[in-house]
Ligand binder design. Structure first.
Ligand code: NAI
Ligand code: MG
Length: 490
């Protein structure tokens, strides 16, 4: 239904209910219990301990997974070392590529199953896991399979050698995609791997282990072990690991940096972010508003490069704010398995509490809060999309990573002012610029201190382009040629 408002614009009435359109769970085969994937087999943990992984949208238990201790980590690293020395390190690159292609194709064949399990275990909308995560996962394996036997062209005039055994620790926001970002370039360059998924989202990595087993990849080339921080620390501190690749919080990143200082382990760290998304008055505003919405509410704001700080040029502030509020009202929050859902479940109770803590800080600081009036499910972890206005540059909400569906909005008058404000955080992972003028885009992209800058779009990923940050957002790059280099001695 539409009605005409005072200023003669058409206002849509978003009360219109969509009929439920849930994706079927039939394709998702989840075992009651998962062991550790070590040396090509599923093995019981020597700790004898297991922990639950739940569906954050319903709080129901999905499965239990093994809690690996230091002895299990040691077993996995030994398997990876043997595979590196005996098979994988010696295999002609063209043969290695065949396995990586095979894994890519098997992921495509089972795309629906992976999408449904990703959504069940982590809470992200099925539309995203189906249309973004899983296709990108397959693309990553395809892309790096293509490089495996062409490394001398990737790095001309360089003597290249793999590093050896890579320990890889990943977070819960893009569980399978982060596994692909880590595993595919490591294998293409001839390394072997011990990977640990996050404790709230272990299932798609364990499903990937099943595919790896079926692909006949030589045992020990990829080992996937589950556990929480202590398991991750045991990987980081294992003396026979040559490289640590980590994506997660800045705090843990700092712990890892300290732990490897003075060793010859190589490290890449992908940490937090506090990206500025900047709208100039000459931007196509509807398109920009859609990009802002996508930039912060995509995946419940569980995105290290989320556009969590919006800067709007003063002359279009009122229009942009009105459009944002209208669009916010139309977002559907709820069952992640429903194909209409825009915003799914917050990944865990801890993360939800963390976001709520920031909402309270915002209120205490006297910021103006605006939340969508949409209904949210009674069970599970959900937060309404939230805007804060009247935000000072020094506000904690404008400085700290919230990692949730929360956007702060500030205004600016000149290019210099917005560059100064945008750069004024400890982070520097990404940024977005919305303007009709190419010259403005060039001016900003050269002056913004961020690893990735999108112009008139946001949150676009591609295996061929490198990704990584400045300052406390980490160091090293993943993706593209840079991502290969991170697994080689050049
Ligand atoms: P986290 O950094 O604790 O978890 C990431 C991974 O590191 C998990 O696999 C975890 O088991 C592992 N880990 C934890 N402690 C470790 C240690 N001492 N040594 C080695 N591995 C360890 O992140 P958490 O607590 O789940 O989230 C906290 C905040 O971190 C979020 O609110 C968000 O701001 C940020 N975050 C950023 C991510 C990114 O993509 N850059 C991803 C996840 C969280
Ligand atoms: Mg879970």
């Amino acid at each position: 239904m539409a009605k005409t408002t005072k200023n003669n614009t058409i206002k849509l009435n978003f009360d219109t209910k969509y009929a439920p359109a849930p994706e079927s769970k039939a394709s998702a085969k989840i075992d009651a219990k998962y062991d550790l994937f070590i040396n090509g087999k599923f093995e019981k943990p020597s700790s004898k301990k297991y922990f639950d992984t739940i569906n954050p949208a319903t709080e129901e238990k999905l499965s239990e997974v093994a809690d690996a201790n230091a002895a299990d980590v040691d077993k996995a690293v030994k398997a990876a070392r043997t595979a590196y020395d005996k098979t994988w390190g010696k295999m002609p690159a063209k043969e290695r590529a065949k396995y990586i292609y095979r894994i890519a194709r098997m992921i495509q064949e089972r795309a629906r199953e992976f999408s449904v399990i990703e959504t069940l275990d982590g809470g992200k909308p099925i539309r995203e896991s189906r249309d973004v995560d899983v296709p990108l996962v397959a693309n990553h394996f395809f892309y790096y399979a293509g490089w495996a036997d062409k490394l001398e062209y990737a790095f001309p005039n360089k003597k290249i050698a793999p590093l050896g055994v890579a320990g890889q620790i990943i977070p819960w926001n893009f569980p399978l995609l982060m596994a692909a970002w880590k595993i595919a370039p490591a294998l293409a360059t001839g390394n072997t791997v011990v990977l640990k998924p996050a404790e709230t989202t272990p299932l798609t990595a364990l499903k990937l282990a099943e595919i790896i087993q079926e692909s006949d990849l030589p045992p020990g080339v990829v080992n996937i072990i589950t556990g929480a921080g202590a398991t991750g620390a045991a990987i980081v501190n294992h003396p026979d690991i040559n490289k640590i690749a980590f994506t997660g919080s800045t705090n843990v990143g700092k712990i890892i940096q300290k732990a490897v200082a003075g060793t010859d382990k190589k490290v890449t760290l992908e940490l937090g972010g506090k990206a500025a998304n900047i709208i100039f008055d000459d931007a196509p505003l509807d398109q920009a508003v859609e990009g802002i919405i996508n930039g912060i509410f995509f995946n419940q704001g569980h995105v290290c490069c989320a556009g969590s700080r919006l800067f709007v040029q003063e002359s279009v502030y009122d229009t942009v704010l009105r459009k944002l509020k209208d669009r916010l009202e139309s977002l559907i929050v709820g069952d992640p398995l429903d194909k209409n859902t825009d915003i799914g479940a917050i990944n865990s109770k801890e993360q939800m509490d963390n976001i709520v803590k920031y909402l309270k800080i915002g209120e205490k600081e006297g910021l103006d809060m605006y939340q969508s009036s949409c209904p949210i499910p009674k069970k599970g972890f959900f937060i309404r999309p939230t805007l804060f206005t009247n935000v000072a540059q020094s506000s904690r909400l404008a400085q700290e990573e919230i990692f949730g569906p929360v956007l702060t909005i500030q205004t600016f008058r000149t290019d210099d002012e917005v560059i100064e404000k945008a750069n004024n955080t400890p982070f520097g992972l990404s940024a977005g610029v919305w303007t009709d003028k190419g010259s403005k885009i060039f001016n900003l992209t050269t002056k913004l201190r961020a690893g990735v800058i999108w112009a008139n779009t946001y949150n676009k990923f591609d295996p061929t382009s490198p990704f990584g940050g400045y300052k406390e957002s980490g160091y090293g790059r993943e993706g593209g040629l840079h991502g290969l280099g991170a697994y080689l001695n050049l």
